[in-house]
Design a protein around this ligand. Structure first.
Ligand SMILES: [Zn+2]
Ligand SMILES: [Zn+2]
Ligand SMILES: [Zn+2]
Length: 765
C-alpha cells in the first residue's frame, strides 16, 4: 500500500491551515497526519487524495496563500488509525513564510461584545483567522512556545478550544481569555481594575483632555481625543518632533475612528478607500478632509488637505470606542520621541514617554518585533504606500527569478532593508530615519530576526553610493564580519535603486526611461541628484537628463528652509529683487545666502526636484521654513487648483545629458506672484508644468533610444496630483507607465532596488 505526502509552501502557518486540513481529511474519510515544519505544512494520507488535494488548492483558509503544493507517493509503514495533527518539526536551513499581524475578525469582535460570551469585553480575543503574528513570533515554526504567548498557560477551557478540531481556535497560538491570558491595566492606578475596566477608566481621562500612552500591537501610541482642540494642541506641543529646533512641528497626526460611517462625517471616502480601511491589514489611509466638517481639531493636520485615518485593529482598540458614540476620532500617533523608533516595552514607555503622556494603558503581552502602522493612499483602485509596515510585513515580494541571497542595507531616511531568499524579496518594515543609535539598534534587531525567520545568510551586500550613510557603514561592517569579498559588496546609485525597485515589482527586465523625482540622492559626480531621467536596466544606467543644477545654499539647511532655495532659483533667473517684497520678508539673511549661492560657498550643486518644489512654495509666499520633511511640497499640493490647465514655460538644453532649465518657469511664476495671481492657480500651473517636463523629456528620449516604457518613482511622486498629471500626459502620448504598488516610491523602496541591482552585477552574464 502507498501513502501520499503533500508539501504546501506559502503563508500556511498561523492562518488556521492545519485545522482546515484536519477537517477536510475527516470529511473525505482520509487517515494520516499533518504538521508544520520550518518550510510550511506537510500532510501524509492513506488512500486516494485527489479530491482532498483539489479542495485544499481551490478553497484554502481566508488568510492563507499557497505558493506551491507538491504530492509524492511514498511507501506506507503501517496503517493510521485516524487523522491527527502532529507536533511541529524544525528543519534547519529552510524557511517558512510568517504571516503579518491581522486585524481582529468579525466573529471575534461579535463574541467580544456579546454579554453571554465568556470573552465578553476581553481585549485580547483572537482566533486562527485573526490576531497578532509577526509582532509576537520569535522563531519558526509558528507555535506557541516560539511566540511571546509562551508565558501564558492556557486554562482548561482555552485548552479545549485549542485542541478541538471543530473549534475556530483549534491551534490558534495566541488563544487566551481573561482567566489565563494577557491583561491590560492603567499604570499606577490599581483601583481602575484590569482589561475593560481599565479601558473605561482610560476613556474618562481621554474625555477630560488627557494624553494617553497606549500599548498596542506593534508598539505604543500616544492618544488623545481628536475632537478636543486643547488636547490635540497639548500633544502637539509636547511631541516636538520638528526638524527645526525649538519650533513646533505641523507633522500630521494619525486618527483612529470607530467605523467608516463616522469617518464619513469628517472625510470623503470612496468605495476603494473604504475597502482599504476595512482590509485585514487595517492601514492608515490618507483621505480628503470633508469641506466644512468640524469634527476633528484643525491641529491634527494643519495646512494639509488630507487626514490619515484608520479603523481599530485590535480588540483593545475596538473597546476604546465602546460604548458607541464616545469618541468620533482618537489621535493615535506613534509613541516615540523625535526620530527614535516607536516604543514597545512597558518600562521603556514609562521612562521615555513620561514627558508626553499623562497616563499609561499597559498590557503584559510582549511585543517581540516592533512594527509601526502602515500608511497608504488610494490612487483609483491601486494602493500607494507612504509607509509599509504592520499588516504587510513580512509578506514577500515575488522577484520572478531565483536569486542568490542578498542583503540590501537601504538608504538614510525612511529606511527599510531588504533580504532576498529564493525567488522572493523580504522588505523590512519601516525602520525610520537612520540618524541615531536607537534607530540603528532597531535596524539590527529586525535584521537578526528576519534573517532567522527566513533562514537567510546573504553573501552579497548592497548599499547606497553615499559614503556617509549609517546604512552604508553598516553594510561594510556586515561584509567584513561575514568575510564577504569586495566584488560582492555593491554600491548602488540612489535613483537607480528607486527605478530598479519599481522594475522588479513589475517584472521589467529591459531598458526603461526611469524618472526619479526625489529629494536627495548622492550622484556619481558627487553632486546631489533628485530630478533624474535614467535610461536604465536592472544592472546599469545612463543619466539621460536631469533638472539643471542649482546651488543648495547651506547644504542640509536648504532642505529645511525653502526660502534658501527661492534665493538660489531667483539668483539664477531674474535676480532676488525681481520678486516683490521677498527681500524685506526674509531680511538681511537673504543677502548673505544670495552671496553664498553666487560664490558657491557651502553651496553644493543639486538637481533635486524636491528642492524646486520648496523654492516655488517660498516664492508663492506659502512657506519659508518647514517643520517636517516635504512640508512645503505637501502644502503646495494641498492648495493647488486641480481644475487649472495652464502651463509655465521651461527649456530643455544641452545634450547627453539633457538639462531642464527652470529659469523661464521661475521668471513666469515671479511675474504671476507680483501681479497678485491666486496662489491656488500658481500651484496648479506649477504641477502641470512639472508633469509636462516629464512628458517632453520622455519624448526626446524616446526619439533617441526608442524606449516606450516609463517608470515613475522617487519621493516627489508621493504627490498624488503630480503623479496623476504625469501619468495622464505620458499615457496620452502612448507611453506605458509603471508606478510602485508593493513598496513606497519614497526612500522606503530603495532597498528592494539595491538588492536587484546587486544581484545583476554579481551574477554577470
Ligand atoms: Zn478572530
Ligand atoms: Zn483561558
Ligand atoms: Zn530617494
Amino acid at each position: 500500500m502507498e501513502n501520499t505526502r503533500i508539501r504546501i509552501k506559502g503563508i500556511v502557518q498561523g492562518v488556521g491551515f492545519r485545522p482546515f486540513v484536519y477537517n477536510l481529511a475527516v470529511k473525505h474519510g482520509l487517515k494520516g497526519f499533518c504538521l508544520n515544519d520550518s518550510e510550511g505544512v506537510v500532510i501524509e494520507v492513506e488512500g486516494d487524495p485527489t479530491a482532498f488535494v483539489e479542495e485544499i488548492r481551490n478553497s484554502p483558509p481566508p488568510l492563507a496563500r499557497i505558493d506551491s503544493m507538491t504530492a509524492e507517493k511514498i511507501a506506507s509503514n503501517g496503517g493510521f488509525t485516524g487523522f491527527t495533527i502532529r507536533e511541529s518539526m524544525s528543519v534547519d536551513g529552510r524557511s517558512v513564510l510568517v504571516s503579518p499581524d491581522v486585524a481582529a475578525c468579525g466573529e471575534c469582535l461579535e463574541e467580544m461584545l456579546d454579554p453571554s460570551d465568556r470573552r465578553y469585553l476581553y481585549p485580547f480575543i483572537n482566533c486562527t483567522n485573526c490576531g497578532p503574528r509577526y509582532s509576537i513570533v520569535k522563531d519558526i515554526p509558528y507555535d506557541r512556545p516560539f511566540t511571546t504567548m509562551a508565558p501564558f498557560v492556557m486554562c482548561p477551557e482555552c485548552g479545549n478550544e485549542y485542541h478541538d478540531p471543530s473549534n475556530r481556535r483549534f491551534h490558534a497560538q495566541p488563544n487566551a481569555c481573561a482567566v489565563c491570558g494577557p491583561k491590560a491595566w492603567l499604570h499606577g492606578k490599581p483601583e481602575a481594575g484590569v482589561n475593560y475596566e481599565a479601558i473605561s477608566a482610560a476613556q474618562k481621562l481621554l474625555k477630560e483632555g488627557e494624553v494617553a500612552a497606549i500599548k498596542g500591537l506593534g508598539g505604543f501610541h500616544l492618544a488623545c481625543d481628536g475632537g478636543n482642540p486643547g488636547a490635540v494642541q497639548k500633544l502637539r506641543e509636547r511631541k516636538r518632533r520638528s526638524i527645526r529646533k525649538g519650533v513646533q512641528s505641523n507633522k500630521p497626526f494619525a486618527l483612529m475612528a470607530p467605523d467608516v460611517e463616522t469617518i464619513r462625517s469628517f472625510c470623503e471616502v470612496s468605495a476603494e478607500e473604504e475597502n482599504a480601511l476595512l482590509a485585514r491589514q487595517r492601514p492608515i489611509v490618507l483621505l480628503e478632509k470633508k469641506k466644512g466638517a468640524r469634527t476633528v481639531a484643525d491641529a491634527v493636520a494643519p495646512g494639509n488637505r488630507r487626514l490619515g485615518v484608520m479603523l481599530p485593529y485590535t480588540p483593545l482598540h475596538r473597546l476604546l470606542f465602546h460604548p458607541e458614540g464616545l469618541f468620533k476620532a482618537l489621535v493615535m500617533t506613534s509613541g516615540n520621541i523625535a526620530d527614535e523608533p516607536i516604543v514597545v516595552e512597558n518600562g521603556d514607555a514609562l521612562k521615555r514617554l513620561s514627558g508626553l503622556a499623562d497616563f499609561f494603558l499597559l498590557h503584559d503581552r510582549e511585543i517581540y518585533m516592533r512594527v509601526d502602522d502602515s500608511i497608504l493612499r488610494m490612487d483609483g483602485k491601486t494602493g500607494r504606500f507612504i509607509r509599509r509596515a504592520r499588516g504587510f510585513v513580512p509578506d514577500v515580494i515575488p522577484l520572478g527569478e531565483e536569486m542568490e541571497e542578498v542583503f540590501a542595507a537601504g538608504g538614510l531616511l525612511k529606511n527599510t532593508f531588504c533580504l532576498t531568499k529564493g525567488t522572493n524579496a523580504i522588505v523590512s518594515q519601516h525602520i525610520g530615519d537612520l540618524e541615531n543609535l536607537e534607530a540603528m539598534e532597531f535596524y539590527k534587531e529586525t535584521l537578526r530576526n528576519l534573517k532567522n525567520t527566513f533562514r537567510a545568510d546573504p553573501k552579497i551586500v548592497a548599499h547606497d553610493l553615499h559614503p556617509d550613510y549609517l546604512s552604508t557603514a553598516f553594510a561594510h561592517e556586515y561584509a567584513a564580519e561575514h568575510g564577504i569579498p569586495a566584488e560582492r559588496v555593491i554600491a548602488v546609485q540612489h535613483h537607480h535603486a528607486h527605478i530598479a525597485g519599481a522594475m522588479a515589482e513589475h517584472n521589467l527586465i529591459g531598458g526603461v526611461i526611469g524618472i526619479s523625482f526625489d529629494g536627495t540622492g548622492f550622484g556619481e559626480d558627487g553632486n546631489i541628484w533628485g530630478g533624474e531621467f535614467l535610461i536604465a536596466n536592472r544592472r546599469n544606467f545612463q543619466r539621460a537628463a536631469h533638472l539643471k543644477y542649482t546651488r543648495l545654499p547651506g547644504g542640509d539647511m536648504a532642505a529645511k528652509e525653502p526660502w534658501r532655495m527661492a534665493v538660489s532659483y531667483l539668483a539664477g533667473s531674474g535676480g532676488v529683487d525681481s520678486l516683490k517684497g521677498f527681500r524685506q520678508r526674509i531680511g538681511p539673511k537673504a543677502g548673505i545666502v544670495e552671496e553664498m549661492a553666487e560664490k558657491g560657498l557651502n553651496s553644493p550643486f543639486t538637481s533635486s526636484m524636491g528642492r524646486l518644489f520648496d523654492a516655488v512654495a517660498s516664492i508663492c509666499g506659502l512657506r519659508d521654513e518647514i517643520t517636517f520633511e516635504a512640508e512645503a511640497a505637501i502644502e503646495l499640493e494641498s492648495i493647488a487648483d486641480t481644475d487649472e490647465t495652464g502651463l509655465y514655460p521651461f527649456a530643455i538644453i544641452g545634450s547627453q545629458p539633457l538639462e531642464i532649465d527652470a529659469a523661464p518657469l521661475i521668471r513666469a511664476i515671479v511675474q504671476d506672484v507680483n501681479r497678485g495671481t491666486a496662489t491656488e492657480e500658481v500651484a496648479g500651473k506649477f504641477h502641470n508644468t512639472v508633469a509636462e517636463m516629464a512628458l517632453k523629456v520622455s519624448m526626446r528620449l524616446k526619439g533617441v533610444y526608442g524606449i516606450n516604457e516609463v517608470v515613475l518613482t522617487g519621493g516627489v511622486f508621493q504627490n498624488s496630483l503630480l503623479s496623476k498629471r504625469t501619468k495622464e500626459k505620458l499615457e496620452a502620448a502612448g507611453f506605458v507607465v509603471y508606478m510602485q504598488e508593493k513598496v513606497p516610491s519614497n526612500d522606503g523602496g530603495v532597498s528592494l532596488g539595491q538588492a536587484v541591482v546587486a544581484w545583476e552585477r554579481v551574477k554577470g552574464d
